[in-house]
Each structure stands twice: as structure tokens, then as C-alpha cells.
Design a protein around this ligand. Structure first.
Ligand code: NAD
Length: 506
């Protein structure tokens, strides 16, 4: 693949068709590999968001999707997954030129995850218990009682720039499977692949108005979506700071909310860890997508007996990661998403040095032929990090690893849990009993044992503490896109069988 030469143009996708912004304005999408404009995207306005919400509401209320059978919807989700395979190359390209993710990762992993999730979700939707019958009981009186699971209505999804397609799909797949209509507001750095997905969904049989995408500023179009009285739920992935704001805004219309927020995920390396697995595993855990992953293993707690050996081996292995243009299939690590993110990450590295952490490798912006205009940062490892340092407490969202020394497992667990976040955690050990003991103590929504970044379409993902609430992926995700209705059918036909009426009558 070669770098794009032609600037792409993307309108908004509302009610099954492409349309320009009501203001006629566009914004630029920049390729983080070289700082060049790769696309001009219609800049959605509050009016455009209003039109998208109205289209979603109309489609939901019409029953054209919400009243289809689970079989009909599942068939369309499977068709959507096939469409994604047909258009994989284009989707990979759009994702790489905007997010800076490598084609090596997106083509080999992200696309498969999208397809697997749609197909698994279709299967779950067929098996889902939409109706549960309760037993007939004597108290208060005989009746038939059922618990129905119904779609919520119109879902607003707000997504970040790191894994635009995957994080949109984590919301889309269960929302569509359960019969909801959806409006997605993608991040402004990376709206391209989400817009393309909407077109592919409609081509696969998702009716017009069921899946809409409005790109534009979070604080105008995003907030219009969150505060809109016709929107029933907001599903958000992004920073904890914006998550707090979304909770506040959603309270005005008492909307249900699911939040997938930031992390500062710890992994504990026990003295008996298999370092042949742990060293590459730790590097994969922290440097995948240049560290711009919410559940990156950014704090590694290493036992004092193996501390210097682990540091040496991490630094040596990190220097072997090939950094460069994400469109080059041999590249393992691409740029950061934006110049702003580059500045933020370099600021954190400077803070680490100022606070007295020992820089073991990396620490600088990368320059050189073909890299000068991109937003590249070296894989960076700090040793002798104290857990109260800024680089150990705050989410950096860049290729920066903090290595912390510990003396006993209790201390390691205390340090691991000493964070406002609780998205993921891990342990490296050969001892299965110790592994599960530690896993039990870690306060995080996912615990990886001798592994990292392993997602399954059937296993729930989400946060403890300020990493958010609600779960994506797996059967649990389907529950998040339904509401519960209790239906009571009285079996008492005689007034005399209804003594409770005596509370106010007779
Ligand atoms: P962000 O919170 O700045 O933005 C996320 C989305 O929210 C974007 O679409 C943005 O336009 C929108 N937004 C911003 N302000 C808004 C407002 N006031 N109202 C409505 N929408 C608004 O996050 P980001 O910088 O795009 O992504 C990085 C963050 O996302 C990191 O903190 C990372 O940990 C988190 N993240 C979490 C997960 C997870 O699953 N927990 C996954 C990926 C990323």
C-alpha cells in the first residue's frame, strides 16, 4: 500500500443517505504519519444531529427494525459481516490513514474482531431469552407473569479515536441485534471508517434511519445527542473527564448511560514468571498502537529479585520494535494520533524525568527520513517509578511504561489497586494457584494471566471504579441494550378471589 495522494471527501450519513452538513462546512482529517490532510469531512451541526435523531426515532417507532424477528435481524447482521470482509481493504486503509494504527494490526486483527463480533452477536440474539415466564404462585394471587426484554429505543453512541471501528462495533452490534436504532458521533480525528460502516450496513439490509453517523465537535453535536429527549441511552467510550460530563448531561433527561473510560492498568510479575513469555507480553501490553489503548498495561510491578534482569530484557526487546509508516506491512508501531497527543506524551515523559524516575530507553520524538512530519515517539521505559508519581497515576495514552519494584505479593497487590481506575490488570507467574489468588484481589473488570489485550466476542469487557460501568462484548452487552417489562395477567375471575381490593373498598 502507498500513502494516499487524493484527499477523500465524506458527507454525513443520515436516514440511509449521504448528505452535506447543514452549514456546508467541512473539517480536515490529518494523517498522523505525515501531517498531511487525507480527508475533508462534513462538519455536523446541531441541526444535522436533530435530523439524525429524528430519523432514528422514526425508524424505531415504525417497527421496521425493532419489530423484525430476531432471525431476520441476525440474518442482516451476518450479511453486514460479509460486507465488511468484501470491503476489508478499504476499511483498513481508512482506519490506518486517520488513526495511525498499523495495517499489520488492523488487517490481521481488527477486521477479524468486527466480523467475529457481528457473527457471535447474531448467534446470541437467536439464543437470547426475550421472554421469561414466572411460576404460578399462591401469593398474592394466581396469575401468569412474564418478563419481556424489549429494545430501549434510540441509542446515541460517542466513540474515541484509538480504535474507531472496533469501539463503534462494540455498541452497534448489540444495539442493532436487540432492535434499537442508533446515532453514532465518532471522534473528529477518525470519523472515516465509521461513516463507511454505516453505508455498508444499509447495503447489507439495515433499514434507512436505523444507523446514522454525524461527525462534528463533541461539545456541540455530541451534547445535542446526549441531551436530546428522543434519545433513550448513551453509550460512551472515551476519557474519564468527558465521561463525567456525559453522566451529568444525561441526568437532565434521566437517560441510561454506559461508560467505558480510562485506565492505568497494572501487571504483577511474580518471581517465578516465565520471562520468555512475560517480556514480549509486557511490551505487547503497553506498546500496541503506540500505547493508545485504554487497557494498556502501563504499570508493571516487578519483584526485586528479578527487577534489573526484567528491565534489561524489556529495554533490549523494545529496541527491536520496527517503527514507521503504518501503511508499511512490516511496521509494528506507528505514530501517535495527533500533534496534540504527541505534545501531551512528551510532557508526561518530561514529568517522569523531573520527578526522578530513571529513563531506561526511549523518551524522544523520532526523526529521520520519512518520519519528520509524523507524530512518532520512541518506546519509552521508566524504572524506579514510585506509584505516587504523575506517570504512574495519570493515563498517558502513549508508548510509556512505568516499572515499579516490590518486595512481597501483598505490597504488589496494594500498589496495583492504588489507582482511581479499574479497567484491566494482570499477573505473570507459572503457579496457577497464585495466579488465581492474585486475580481475586485485583480490582479490575478484566484480569489477564500470562497474557494481555486478549478480547473475546463472548467475554464481557468494562471497568471497575472510575473506568466506568456497564459491559461491552458477550451476552451481557445485549442486556445493556434492552429494557425490562413485567407483564401480569390475572387468573382470578371472581371478585371474591380479590381480597386485596378490601384495602380501600367494600
Ligand atoms: P475523549 O473523551 O476526548 O473523546 C471521546 C469522544 O467524546 C469523541 O468523539 C469526542 O468528540 C467526544 N466528546 C468530547 N467532549 C464531549 C462532550 N462534551 N460531549 C459529548 N461528546 C464529547 O477521548 P479520546 O481522546 O477520543 O480517547 C482517548 C480516551 O478514551 C482515553 O482516556 C482512553 O482511555 C479512553 N478509551 C477508553 C476505552 C474503554 O473501553 N474503556 C477504549 C478506548 C479509549
Amino acid at each position: 500500500m502507498t500513502t494516499a495522494v487524493q484527499v477523500l471527501e465524506f458527507p454525513l450519513f443520515i436516514d440511509g443517505t449521504w448528505r452535506p452538513s447543514s452549514s456546508g462546512e467541512t473539517f480536515n482529517v490529518i494523517n498522523p504519519a505525515d501531517g498531511e490532510v487525507v480527508a475533508k469531512v462534513a462538519k455536523g451541526t446541531r441541526e444535522d444531529m436533530e435530523a439524525a435523531v429524528q430519523a432514528a426515532r422514526k425508524s424505531f417507532d415504525s417497527g421496521i427494525w425493532s419489530r423484525k424477528t430476531p432471525q431476520e435481524r441476525a440474518k442482516i447482521l451476518i450479511a453486514f459481516s460479509h460486507k465488511i470482509i468484501e470491503h476489508a481493504q478499504e476499511l483498513v486503509f481508512l482506519e490506518a490513514i486517520s488513526s495511525g494504527g498499523t495495517v499489520r494490526r488492523i488487517a490481521n486483527s481488527d477486521i477479524l474482531q468486527l466480523v467475529d463480533l457481528l457473527q457471535q452477536t447474531a448467534k446470541f440474539a437467536l439464543e437470547y431469552q426475550y421472554v421469561q415466564s414466572l411460576p404460578v404462585v399462591a401469593f398474592p394471587q394466581p396469575s401468569n407473569n412474564q418478563i419481556w426484554r424489549e429494545p430501549i429505543g434510540v441509542v446515541g453512541a460517542i466513540t474515541p479515536w484509538n480504535f474507531p471501528m472496533i469501539l463503534a462495533m462494540w455498541k452497534l452490534a448489540p444495539a442493532l441485534a436487540m432492535g434499537n436504532s442508533i446515532v453514532v458521533k465518532p471522534a473528529s480525528n477518525t470519523p472515516l471508517s465509521t461513516l463507511k460502516l454505516a453505508e455498508l450496513a444499509v447495503q447489507s439490509g439495515v433499514p434507512a434511519g436505523v444507523f446514522n453517523v454525524v461527525a462534528g465537535p463533541g461539545n456541540s453535536v455530541g451534547e445535542t445527542l446526549i441531551t436530546h429527549p428522543l434519545v433513550d441511552k448513551i453509550a460512551f467510550t472515551g476519557s474519564t473527564e468527558v465521561g463525567r460530563r456525559i453522566m451529568q448531561l444525561a441526568s437532565g433527561t434521566v437517560k441510561r448511560v454506559t461508560l467505558e473510560l480510562g485506565g492505568k492498568s497494572p501487571s504483577i510479575v511474580l518471581p517465578d514468571a516465565d520471562l520468555e513469555l512475560a517480556i514480549p507480553g509486557i511490551l505487547f501490553g503497553v506498546f500496541l498502537h503506540s500505547g493508545q489503548v485504554c487497557e494498556s498495561g502501563t504499570r508493571v510491578l516487578v519483584h526485586e529479585s528479578i527487577y534489573e534482569e526484567v528491565l534489561e530484557r524489556l529495554a533490549a526487546a523494545a529496541s527491536a520494535i520496527k517503527i514507521g509508516n503504518p501503511l508499511d506491512e512490516t511496521v509494528g508501531m506507528g505514530p501517535l494520533v495527533s500533534e496534540q497527543q504527541l505534545e501531551t506524551v512528551l510532557g508526561y515523559i518530561e514529568a517522569g524525568i523531573q520527578e526522578g524516575a530513571r529513563l531506561v530507553c526511549g523518551g524522544k520524538r523520532i526523526s529521520g527520513p520519512g518520519l519528520n512530519k509524523g507524530f512518532y515517539v520512541e518506546p519509552t521505559i521508566f524504572a524506579d517509578v514510585q506509584n505516587d508519581m504523575k506517570i504512574a497515576r495519570e493515563e498517558i495514552f502513549g508508548p510509556v511504561l512505568s516499572v515499579i519494584k516490590y518486595s512481597n505479593p501483598e505490597e504488589a497487590i496494594t500498589l496495583a489497586n492504588d489507582t482511581i481506575y479499574g479497567l484491566a490488570a494482570g499477573v505473570w507467574t507459572r503457579d496457577v494457584n497464585k495466579a488465581y489468588q492474585v486475580a481475586r484481589e485485583l480490582r479490575a473488570g478484566t484480569v489477564w494471566i500470562n497474557d494481555w489485550h486478549m478480547f473475546r466476542s463472548d467475554a464481557p469487557f468494562g471497568g471497575y471504579k472510575q473506568s466506568g460501568f456497564g459491559r461491552e462484548l458477550g451476552r451481557h452487552a445485549l442486556d445493556e441494550y434492552t429494557q425490562i417489562k413485567h407483564v401480569h395477567y390475572s387468573l382470578t375471575t371472581e371478585l371474591s378471589q380479590r381480597p386485596w381490593l378490601g384495602a380501600i373498598l367494600f
